[in-house]
Design a protein around this ligand. Structure first.
Ligand SMILES: [Fe+2]
Length: 288
């Protein structure tokens, strides 16, 4: 019979899973149990704190439904999502850096012609985003697909906001033979992640805010290349140094240049002022 003392209990639990047939599951669970026990020993968790933790996780689960994923939010605000992303996307050779996918992507955005606007309600300040998609050796990639999504000027994605048209501010664009792309979006705004649940309570208890710096989401793919899930952030945003989900990377912060020329605006069927952004995305060839 096992003697489950403070000193022996960790080894006893590890021994209990010694026959796990799946080696990866055994590795992950052994490490999780070891670290969890070490954490409890380090902070000498009280019964009351243990109970609070159980209640917190219970409320986090109860907050989840088809539209709300509070556990992903918890993973995001603790930096876990970005760490998993970093470990899984160690891109050599100057490929565009990745960042969090986030919970607001929707499949099935319409494919639009080059230069089209993804804004259906024409709110916000227009921005023309253009550039190329290149291979890490500098070769332009024709036919690369850019799947784009962003919030409206009120900081809400269309599925969070009944006043926005379906698929507003979402669109797919393909690069031409020279690898060039161009689309019109709106200058993104900083927004708060959902803060009315247990994760919001946690942030307040930790004296943290719930804002993300303004960004446009992009998922870029091309046949024969490793796809990248990334953002373009607005240079000068006040939350760049304190993103609630730790998603910022220096290489993804870009200048949104204000333009006031009516002639230039007319080229994109816009009226000034509007903004322009130029950015080249770089994809890593997939291993054969
Ligand atoms: Fe976002």
């Amino acid at each position: 019979m096992s003697n489950n003392t403070e000193e022996q209990i960790t080894q006893n639990v590890l021994d209990s899973i010694a026959n796990t047939p799946n080696p990866r599951l055994k590795q992950v669970m052994s490490s999780l149990i070891s670290h969890l026990h070490a954490f409890i020993r380090e902070v000498e968790l009280t019964q009351e704190e243990w109970n609070l933790g159980i209640q917190f996780l219970t409320r986090t689960g109860q907050m989840c439904d088809e539209k709300r994923q509070e556990f992903i939010l918890l993973s995001d605000v603790t930096g876990v999502s970005m760490l998993v992303d970093a470990i899984n996307h160690r891109q050599p050779g100057g490929a565009t850096e990745s960042t969090v996918f986030g919970p607001f992507y929707r499949a099935g955005a319409p494919e639009l012609p080059p230069g089209a606007s993804i804004s259906q309600d024409k709110r916000g300040e227009p921005v023309v985003v253009s550039g190329r998609v290149l291979s890490t050796d500098g070769t332009p990639i024709a036919g690369a697909l850019l799947d784009i999504w962003e919030t409206d000027e009120n900081g809400l994605y269309e599925q969070q906001d009944p006043d926005q048209p379906d698929m507003n501010l979402r669109g797919k664009f393909r690069t031409d033979q020279q690898g060039r792309y161009c689309f019109v979006g709106i200058k993104p705004v900083s927004y708060s992640i959902p803060a009315d649940g247990p994760v919001g309570q946690l942030l307040r208890a930790l004296a943290r805010h719930s804002f993300r710096p303004a960004h446009i989401h992009l998922l870029i793919s091309a046949e024969g290349f490793v796809p990248v899930t990334t953002h373009l952030f607005v240079k000068g945003d006040p939350y760049l140094d304190s993103d609630a989900v730790f998603g910022t990377k220096d290489s993804l912060v870009v200048d949104f240049v204000r333009r006031d020329s009516p002639e230039e605006a007319a080229r994109y069927h816009l009226t000034p002022p509007f903004y322009t952004v130029e950015y080249d995305f770089v994809l890593q060839p997939a291993l054969l």
